[in-house]
Design a protein around this ligand. Sequence first.
Ligand code: DHB
Length: 389
Amino acid sequence: MFKRLVEILAVSAACVAAFPAAAQEPLKIGMVLEMSGGFADFGMQMMNGARAYMKVHGDTVAGRKVQLIVKDTTGVPDVAKRVAQELVTNDKVDFLAGFGLTPSALAVASLATEAKKPMIVMNAATSIITTRSPYIARVSFTLPQVTAPLATWALRNGITRAYTLVADYGPGIDAETQFKKTFTASGGQIVGDVRTPMRNPEFAPFLQRIKDARPQAVFVFLPAGEQAVGFMKGFAERELDKAGIKLIATGDVTEDGVIEAMGDAPLGVVTTQHYSVAHDSAQNRIFLKAYAEVSGSSQRANFMAVGAWDGMAAIYEVARRLNGAIDGDKAMEILKGMKIDSPRGPVTIDPATRDPIETIYVRRVERLKDGKLYNVEFDQFTNVKDPTR
Ligand code: DHB
């Protein structure tokens, strides 16, 4: 027994001698995620999206074992900053990644610059994020990028009088600004606007105000999850649909992970976004199968899980191209212009902005044969960039 152990140790020593030290250490990915609090679903989706990628593509890349180190921001930017600092200083991670919420991503940007750590934003979607550090690349989307196509679609489909309702922080303000810009530039009229608190909003009074203003449509951005469910229920209860007011929204509002909790309320709602579970592609089928296996739950994947999958694809590609020796500046050069074959379709990281260029789909909520609600894609805008940059 002891002799066998000595043999194993000898073989390990030989391996250590044959490869440079760095090649033996795990490739550490520090995941800064919302794992508790009101946005805990974001972290769960993103962690499982990353794990699904590793299940399909292996847990070793360029000779290095991949290690995800997950830290909880609790949804608070100062906590995000502290845990990111720990990941850099104590865990000595090769990449920072994750970031469901914009305020968390913004809080960590200066640290990425100081530490020269590539920071892969897998969701947070306010435009300015990538301007805050040259070490940030985003694989997800921006709110103006999905909102401009929706305003164009609305005008093409006879909607000329709209009200806007958005969450009162970065992504909501971006969505509102872009919707108004694109909509009014081609003759649309905004008849009212409202911004709702980022935490625990009460929608009833706002919905009544919108109903009284009698717009043809209300445009909405709310962070995915609980808020979207609350809004959708209120919309149906106050019978805005019966008053002839159409709901048009970014895909966050009819997000795949929670749409089943909305009953029939979202049927027929038109949204724009970069990902739907119903997207018909081989990559998407592979992604969904792996996601279901690693999550062990019946809750469906959403766009945040896809963002994490794609972020892992980007990290693996950087690791391969650098033969496992990660250097922040070299990593960023590789990320600029990188093409990712995503479950949502092809994505290119714009070398000028480090933001994704991708197809934005127009979708309508339908109940399909399996009895479940889906965002069914029926139109698309290809090669869409963030229009504000
Ligand atoms: C954020 C963006 C989203 O699209 C979303 O659904 C939730 C949060 C954000 O950037 O904070």
